[in-house]
Design a protein around this ligand. Structure first.
Ligand code: NAP
Length: 363
């Protein structure tokens, strides 16, 4: 049976329809779950959603348990739709699969197998002994909820993406232009979707001062403000800029040890003091671990791009080429390049701009 999906205007199969509702629940916790994945759940009986749940982050109940606990009627013969395979291990909360097994569900529908090697298919096998289980419903969409979770859970490393836009003559900015943008709105909307997938955006102080960027996802379907990391070795950052005046937004600022006495403590800013600029790239990795940052989007400018590439930390490069010429301006210092190998993963056209995505293929 098909149901209308009002957002897309299409009719969807029943399982896809309810999985989409589970995905919507998962997104409610965007930005709150830390290293835990976004997970959503709905429980359906006689064609009605009778319970919903999502995971709010470490220590909070998992989505399935939140849904089970919120049900105000019998769950007998209902179907559970869950975006990610339930857990089977004790963490801060008991294994979800054991709680689920106590309920006389008719069916369990799962978006994707948990990539965590400790779980990976084991809960599904357990559930299959008792219920009809279907796996892989809206799998691509569900994977997109936590695109870097698999990398983190299997390597324990933060996934680092560098995104840059170039003019046709290889510059990062256009001189004497009224607008700070030289790519089209379609490209920028795509960037906002990419930002939505990440936990943090990293920029240099000069970019904040020159462009006064907001660095949010206002052109994406869902609004969200990733936390911000700013490299500001010489303490040149202009604190009147929008990003810094937003007191609700969490920021980490890397600044020289010499500037320690000039810094005013603020609740929204965590300062990391470094002796040399290069130390930032070593300390960043510690910081990502401490702050539970699964993925970082590096958005410039030239100095920061060069440092990131030279440090060998970049896993993915996203490049836009726009059909404009600058003649002069900021370029990336080619003397500092990486010797890592990258291979082309995706090539897209956004009206006048070309987008290419490269994945690090070799150390
Ligand atoms: N086309 C694009 O994709 C794009 C994206 C972003 C920005 N931009 C453009 O790029 C320009 C800005 O680039 P930029 O090269 O001048 O500056 P930037 O890379 O934005 O920022 C440089 C600042 O970061 C600090 N810094 C760099 N590495 C550091 C480290 N490892 N630790 C601590 N601090 C560090 C530098 O400190 P020191 O001063 O001590 O060296 C400097 O203050 C702007 O014109 C902007 O419009 C273009």
């Amino acid at each position: 049976m098909c149901r209308p999906d009002f957002a897309s205007g299409f009719f969807m199969k029943k399982d896809e329809f309810y999985m989409k509702a589970a995905v919507k629940n998962a997104i409610k916790a965007k930005g709150k779950t830390g290293i835990n994945p976004l997970v959503g759940c709905v429980i359906v009986k006689n064609g009605r959603i009778i319970a919903e749940g999502h995971h709010e982050g470490p220590g909070f109940p998992h989505a399935e348990i939140m849904a089970i606990n919120s049900a105000e009627e019998s769950l007998k013969s209902s179907t559970m739709y869950i975006t990610l395979e339930p857990c089977n291990t004790w963490g801060r909360t008991p294994p979800c699969v054991d709680t689920i097994e106590q309920i006389p569900f008719k069916r369990i529908v799962i978006g994707m197998v948990d990539p965590n090697p400790k779980v990976s298919g084991r809960s599904i096998k357990k559930l299959e002994r008792k219920y009809k289980v279907k796996t892989g419903v809206l799998e691509d969409e569900v994977k997109n909820l936590n695109p870097y979770f698999e990398n983190y859970i299997t390597t324990k490393k933060t996934y680092i993406i560098l995104k840059a836009a170039f003019t046709l003559d290889g510059y990062l900015n256009v001189q004497n232009s009224k607008s700070k943008y030289f790519t089209g709105i379609e490209s920028r909307a795509f960037v906002h979707k990419e930002r939505f997938k990440t936990d943090a955006i990293l920029v240099g102080a000069n970019t904040v001062n020159a462009d006064d960027p907001i660095l949010d996802c206002r052109l994406a379907e869902k609004k969200y403000k990733p936390q911000v990391i700013i490299l500001d070795f010489s303490n040149k950052l202009d604190y009147s800029k929008s990003l810094i005046s937003d007191l609700k937004r969490k920021k980490i600022i890397f600044v020289s040890e010499k500037s320690r006495n000039k810094i005013k403590n603020r609740d929204d800013i965590k300062y990391i003091f470094i002796k040399r600029k290069e130390d930032a790239w070593i300390k960043l990795k510690n910081e990502f671990c401490q702050e539970n940052i699964v993925s970082v989007f590096i958005e410039g400018g030239a100095d920061v791009f060069a440092g990131a590439l030279e440090s060998g930390t970049v896993d993915e490069i996203q490049i836009f080429h726009a059909p404009v010429f600058s003649g002069k301006g900021k370029r990336i210092d080619l003397l500092k390049m990486t010797n890592k190998k990258f291979s082309l993963k995706e090539l897209l056209v956004f009206k006048n701009d070309v987008f290419s995505r490269y994945i690090c293929s070799q150390d």
